[in-house]
Design a protein around this ligand. Structure first.
Ligand SMILES: NC(=O)c1ccc[n+]([C@@H]2O[C@H](COP(=O)([O-])OP(=O)(O)OC[C@H]3O[C@@H](n4cnc5c(N)ncnc54)[C@H](O)[C@@H]3O)[C@@H](O)[C@H]2O)c1
Ligand SMILES: O=C(O)C(=O)C[C@]1(C(=O)O)C=C[C@@H](O)C=C1
Length: 365
C-alpha cells in the first residue's frame, strides 16, 4: 500500500519535511505552494515526487496532509479543509510556530470528522524559501506534537511513523504550554533582536562608524532579525498575550538593571552577569540542526587573499558553507576565521580539506 503525503507550503520547513518524507518507504510525496516559482523549483530540485497545481484534487488522495505555511495561512487553509472531500482516515498536521489558535481550529475540524494533530519542529534558520530546504534540517531537533486530548492514539502513531524520517526527537506537548514556552525561547527573543537592530540603526545615523564596529557579539545576538518578516508578523499576532506578558517582565528586568547601574554597585553588577552566565553555560547542549552549530575555527595568518584561498579550497571540494566571519583581525595578531556549515559531516570534510592543503591550526566549537 502506498501512503500519499501532501505538503502544502514548500519553503524552508515544508520543503525540508517533504525531502525527509521521501525517505519513508512506500510513500509518495505530493507538494503544493501558492507561489508558482516555488512550485517550479520544487519540481526541478526534486523536493517532492510530484508537484500539484490543484490542491483540492490532490487532497482527495492524501493519507497525510502537512502544512508548511505561515501560521495565518494555515488557519485559512484549515477553514477551507472543512468543505473538501478527504479520505476518511486522513491525518492533517502543521509545522507552525504557534499552536493555541491552530488547535482551537483543530477542534472545529474534529467535529467535521477530520483529525488535526498540531506539529512544530524546533529547528530552522533565518533563511527562508525552498532553496534553503534540507533533508536533514530537523535532525536531532525537538519536534513537538500537540494532539487534542481525545485524539486517537493510532493516528498519532501513524504520524510519528512518517515524521521519524526527519530524525527529529518527537515529543507531545500541551498547546497552551507550547505557546508559553516558545514565547520565552523563540518568539520574544525575535522581538528583542529586531529592537536591538532598530536601536542600532537609529544610533548609526548619528555615528555612521558604528556599523563598522558591529562585530561578533552584535551579529550573534541579532542574526535572527534577518528572518522572514511575514512569518514573524503572523507568529506575533497569534501569540500576542504571551508576548505582552514577556514584554512586561522584560521592562521590569530592564528597570532592575537600570537601578543596578544607577547605584554604581560593582558587586551587584558582576553578580547580574555571573548569574546569567551560569544559566547560559548550563543550558542543555542542543544537538539539533540549529544554524551556526557546526562552526570551524581556522587560525589564519593576516595576508591579503587568505580568506578566498580557504574558501576556494572548500569550493574545489564542493563543500558548502552557510556563513563566514573573521573574529580577530588586528594587524599584529592572527585572525580567526569562523566558517559555519549545515552539518557535522560538511564541517569534518572541511577540516580535512584545509588540513591537507595548509598549515593553519583549526579547532571545532
Ligand atoms: N523558519 C523557521 O525557523 C521555522 C522553524 C519551525 C517552524 N516554522 C514554521 O514553519 C512554517 C513555515 O515557515 P518557513 O520558515 O518554512 O517559511 P518559508 O517562507 O520558507 O516558507 C513558507 C512557504 O509557504 C508558502 N505559502 C505562503 N502562503 C501560502 C498559502 N496560502 N498556501 C500555500 N503556500 C503558501 C510560501 O510561498 C513559502 O514557500 C511557519 O508556520 C513557521 O512558523 C518556521
Ligand atoms: O534558528 C533560527 O534562526 C530560528 O529562528 C529557529 C526557530 C527559533 O526561534 O529557534 C524559529 C522559529 C521556530 O518556530 C523554531 C525555531
Amino acid at each position: 500500500m502506498i501512503r500519499n503525503v501532501l505538503v502544502i507550503g514548500l519553503g524552508l520547513i515544508g520543503g525540508s519535511i517533504a525531502l525527509s518524507c521521501q525517505k519513508a518507504p512506500h510513500t509518495k510525496v505530493y507538494g503544493y505552494d501558492i507561489n508558482e516559482e516555488t512550485r517550479k523549483l520544487a519540481s526541478s530540485l526534486e523536493i517532492v515526487h510530484e508537484v500539484v497545481d490543484d490542491v483540492i484534487q490532490a487532497a482527495k488522495l492524501a493519507d497525510i496532509i502537512i502544512f508548511g505555511t505561515p501560521v495565518s495561512a494555515t488557519l485559512n487553509w484549515m477553514e477551507q479543509l472543512k468543505s473538501w472531500q478527504l479520505k476518511s482516515g486522513v491525518i492533517v498536521t502543521d509545522t507552525g510556530s504557534t499552536k493555541g489558535l491552530i488547535m482551537k481550529k483543530a477542534e472545529e475540524l474534529q467535529q467535521s470528522g477530520i483529525s488535526f494533530i498540531g506539529g512544530h519542529p524546533m529547528a530552522g534558520s533565518h533563511k527562508s524559501g525552498i532553496s534553503a530546504a534540507k533533508p536533514y534540517l530537523l535532525e536531532n531537533a525537538y519536534y513537538m506534537l500537540t494532539p487534542l486530548k481525545n485524539e486517537s492514539a493510532d493516528k498519532i502513531e501513524s504520524l510519528e511513523q512518517l515524521l521519524k524520517f526527519t530524525f527529529a526527537k518527537i515529543i507531545k506537548v500541551d498547546s497552551f504550554e507550547h505557546d508559553h514556552m516558545t514565547a520565552v525561547v523563540s518568539h520574544f527573543p525575535h522581538i528583542v533582536a529586531a529592537s536591538l537592530v532598530r536601536q542600532f540603526d537609529f544610533e548609526n545615523q548619528k555615528y555612521p562608524m558604528t556599523s563598522l564596529l558591529a562585530a561578533g557579539g552584535f551579529r550573534d545576538i541579532t542574526r535572527i532579525a534577518s528572518s522572514n518578516p511575514i512569518m514573524w508578523r503572523d507568529i506575533v499576532l497569534q501569540n500576542r498575550d504571551e508576548l505582552i506578558d514577556q514584554l512586561d517582565s522584560w521592562v521590569i528586568e530592564m528597570n532592575n538593571v537600570k537601578d543596578l547601574i544607577l547605584k554604581n554597585d560593582d558587586e551587584l553588577i558582576e553578580q547580574y552577569f555571573a548569574g546569567a552566565k551560569q544559566v547560559r553555560d548550563n543550558l542543555p547542549v542542543s544537538t539539533g540542526a540549529f544554524y551556526s552549530t557546526y562552526d570551524l575555527y581556522v587560525d589564519i595568518p593576516d595576508y591579503p587573499g587568505v580568506i578566498s584561498e580557504v574558501t576556494g579550497y572548500l569550493a574545489e571540494e564542493n563543500i558548502s558553507i552557510t556563513n563566514i566571519r573573521v573574529v580577530e583581525a588586528r594587524e599584529d595578531v592572527f585572525g580567526i576565521l569562523v566558517i559555519s556549515f549545515q552539518n557535522a559531516v560538511d564541517r569534518d570534510l572541511a577540516e580535512k580539506c584545509i588540513k591537507q592543503r595548509t598549515q593553519f591550526e583549526m579547532y571545532v566549537s
